[in-house]
Design a protein around this ligand. Structure first.
Ligand SMILES: [Zn+2]
Length: 286
């Protein structure tokens, strides 16, 4: 599943590829992708003649800012955009086609069909679901230590599910939560309120560093996302702990444990991330 750095990279790539283009017509081949408006024909007609002013990101959502509308798009598990020539043969799993007046075509492919698109009159998207419920952006200047502490520090919830909750901080998914907690030396099952100020500071820094480094990696290899067919893909990130179950920790050599926390696959080095009790009175069962 794409996370914040990947979506940021898709956003930047789309800006390079389609900014300024005008939509001639839209074809929806799989209606369930379109969540708003209910009438698919309206979706297609509203977009006709709209020019792409820019593509922005909010959490893991893309915002296509058009002349009069904003299209909010979430890639979910497998969604991909690609820029094609309008005459190119359709590949399997192509669900939405945006034909531009210059003959090129933006195509949305999605094998799992979980992706979503919402179309709003400009401005309304920020005060309506799905964007209205979203928390603070971790790469914004507003994501200060003070803001982070205010969201997190007092809560009696395990730190990992808390960081995954998009209502507090947006865009950190399963991969980067594991990476950030490893970097900060914090066990994912620690209660948020048991973390010391020093640990919270380390975690804040780790989140920003992990995401920023991944965005930089994405940015430096933008050309490689656009392959022969014009598909805008994902990049390989350097991971320290995620996906490395049963392999030695890069820091201390201890075997990395793969377990489940809050229903999500979780990777931990029990030496670098000890389950200290802190101020928490509850005893962890495992
Ligand atoms: Zn370790």
């Amino acid at each position: 599943m794409p996370e914040l750095p990947e979506v940021e990279t898709v956003k930047r790539t789309l800006n390079e590829l389609i900014r300024g283009k005008t939509i001639a017509h839209v074809t929806v081949r799989l209606p369930r992708i379109i969540q708003k408006p209910d009438d698919i024909q309206q979706f297609e007609t509203f977009l006709q003649g709209q020019t792409i002013e820019s593509i922005e990101r909010r959490g893991k959502f893309l915002r296509f800012v058009l002349t009069d509308y904003v299209m909010v798009s979430h890639l979910r598990m497998e969604g991909r955009y690609g820029l094609y020539d309008g005459d190119d043969e359709l590949e399997p799993h192509t669900h939405v086609l945006f034909r531009f007046t210059d003959g090129s075509e933006l195509r949305y492919k999605d094998v799992r069909q979980f992706g979503t698109m919402h179309l709003f009159p400009k401005g309304e998207e920020l005060t309506s679901p799905p964007l209205v419920k979203l928390g603070i952006e971790p790469l914004d200047e507003a994501f200060t230590f003070k803001a982070f502490k205010a969201q997190i520090a007092h809560r009696a919830t395990k730190i990992k599910p808390l960081l995954l909750n998009q209502a507090y901080i947006v865009g950190i998914g399963n991969i980067y939560v594991d990476e950030s907690l490893f970097l900060a030396g914090i066990h994912p099952e620690r209660e948020a309120k048991s973390l010391s100020k020093k640990e919270l500071m380390g975690l804040h820094e780790a989140i920003v560093r992990t995401l920023q480094e991944s965005v930089d990696v994405g940015g430096s290899s933008i050309k490689s996302y656009v392959n022969g067919q014009g598909e805008i893909g994902l990049f390989q990130h350097q991971l320290n702990i995620y996906g490395r179950g049963a392999q030695p920790c890069k820091t201390c050599g201890t075997e990395i444990v793969k377990t489940v926390v809050g229903g999500r696959g979780t990777h931990i080095c029990l030496k670098c991330q000890p389950i200290k009790q802190g101020n928490s009175r509850k005893k962890s069962e495992k």
